[in-house]
Design a protein around this ligand. Structure first.
Ligand SMILES: [Zn+2]
Ligand SMILES: [Zn+2]
Length: 351
C-alpha cells in the first residue's frame, strides 16, 4: 500500500492523523519527501523555519528557507557559506513542490526577521509546523498568520500559565526611565544578537528615542543585515574607541554573554539590563547579575499559545520544544486531541 493510500484512509479509520510525518528526537522527518524540518544534524534536504542556531544548522545538502533566513544563515556561517549547501529561497506564501506529492509553504511566524511556519500538504491533509512564534506585533517582521490545518505542531517554550509577557511598551518605558534617572551612567542591555536586539532597538525608535544607540562589535553585522532588509533602526554607532565619558547617559546593546565580562569595564558604571522572556524568573536575572530585568520575549506566552490553538482549531495538536506537559493538560481539559513530542536541543537560551 502506498503512503498516499495509507494517509487518505485516516479520516475513515482510527489511524493517527498525518502518519506521513515522523517526529524524531533530532527533527521532524517527512518520509514521502525524504526531508527534515529544522534538523539538529546534517541531512540531504532541510526545510528551515528561521535563523536561530537551534533551528538553522550547517552541513545540509540543500536548505530551503525564506530569503531573509538564507541571508542570516550565510552571514552566520561566514566564509563557510557553502556549509548551508545549495539554497532554495521560499518567499512567504509561495508553495514549493517536494517529491512524494508533498507541498510546502512558508508563512510568517512573527518571531524574528525571516521567521516562518511551514505548512505541509499531502494526501488531502494539512500540517502546520509553527517553528518559534509569537503573536505580539514586532516592527522587524510580519505578524504570525493563523492557518487552518489538521495537525498543528506548536512550540511551547513558555508553555506554563505563569508565563505572561507584559506589553513591550511597559518594558521600554522602564528602560527609558532608568536612563533618564542616571545621567552619569549608561544602560547596558544584553539581548540575543539575532532578533531581540533589533526588535528592542526598533521599539525604542517607535517610543520616540532618537539618540544614537551604541553596539557591541558582535551586534553590528546582524543589525546591518536587518537594515539591508529595510528595517529602520535609526542611528547605530560602534562602541569601539569611544572614551567612557562619551557613553554617559547612553544606551548600549551587547550579547548576553558580554554583560558581565571584561568588555563592560570600558563603560561608565553601567546599569545592567537584559531583554528576555526568562527575566520573569528572578533566579535567572540574579544569575546574570541583572539590575534591570526587561521581560521581552520573541516567543508566544501562555495566553498566546492557547489562543493560537483555539484560533487554528486543528484536529490534533502536537506539542514540542519546551514545556509540554501543562499545554498537553490544557488541551485535555478543553477536549482537544494532543500529544507531546520528545525532541531535543531546541531552546533559545537567551530568548
Ligand atoms: Zn528562535
Ligand atoms: Zn527555538
Amino acid at each position: 500500500m502506498g503512503l498516499e493510500q495509507t494517509a487518505a484512509s485516516n479520516h475513515l479509520s482510527s489511524m493517527p492523523a498525518a502518519n506521513w510525518i515522523r517526529p524524531e528526537a533530532h527533527g521532524i522527518y517527512i518520509p514521502p519527501a525524504d526531508c527534515w524540518i529544522d534538523p539538529a544534524r546534517p541531512v540531504d534536504l532541510a526545510l528551515v523555519t528561521h535563523g536561530h542556531a537551534d533551528h538553522a544548522r550547517g552541513g545540509h545538502g540543500r536548505t530551503v528557507a525564506t530569503p531573509a533566513t538564507l541571508d542570516i544563515m550565510s552571514l552566520r556561517y561566514g566564509v563557510e557559506a557553502e556549509n548551508i549547501g545549495r539554497a532554495t529561497p521560499a518567499p512567504y506564501g509561495e508553495t514549493i513542490e517536494l517529491k512524494g506529492g508533498v507541498a510546502a509553504t512558508w508563512l510568517p511566524a512573527g518571531h524574528v526577521l525571516g521567521s516562518a511556519q511551514i505548512l505541509l500538504e499531502h494526501a488531502g491533509e494539512r500540517v502546520v509546523v509553527t517553528g518559534d512564534f509569537k503573536r505580539r506585533l514586532d516592527p522587524t517582521c510580519p505578524p504570525f498568520a493563523p492557518t487552518a490545518c489538521d495537525v498543528l505542531i506548536t512550540e511551547a517554550t513558555f508553555g506554563l500559565p505563569v508565563f505572561r509577557h507584559p506589553p513591550i511598551a511597559e518594558e521600554i518605558a522602564k528602560l527609558l526611565a532608568a536612563r533618564q534617572a542616571n545621567a552619569d551612567r549608561c544602560v547596558l542591555i544584553g539581548a540575543y544578537a539575532l532578533g531581540k536586539a533589533q526588535r528592542l532597538i526598533a521599539e525604542l525608535r517607535l517610543a520616540g528615542y532618537r539618540e544614537p544607540i551604541y553596539l557591541h562589535g558582535a551586534m553590528e553585522r546582524m543589525c546591518r543585515l536587518y537594515q539591508d532588509h529595510g528595517i529602520d533602526l535609526g542611528d547605530l554607532q560602534p562602541i569601539a574607541g569611544l572614551p567612557k565619558a562619551a557613553l554617559m547617559g547612553q544606551i548600549v546593546v551587547c550579547p548576553p554573554s558580554a554583560l558581565n565580562d571584561r568588555w563592560s569595564r570600558r563603560l561608565p558604571d553601567p546599569i545592567t539590563a537584559m531583554a528576555s522572556g526568562w527575566m520573569r524568573v528572578r533566579q535567572r536575572a540574579r544569575q546574570r547579575n541583572v539590575e534591570l530585568p526587561l521581560v521581552i520575549s520573541d516567543h508566544a506566552d501562555w495566553d498566546e499559545l492557547t489562543r493560537t490553538i483555539e484560533e487554528v482549531n486543528p484536529a490534533e495538536t502536537w506539542i514540542t520544544h519546551g514545556r509540554e506537559e501543562a499545554l498537553l493538560r490544557w488541551c485535555e481539559l478543553h477536549q482537544r486531541k494532543a500529544r507531546a513530542l520528545a525532541m531535543v536541543g531546541y531552546e533559545d537560551e537567551d530568548d
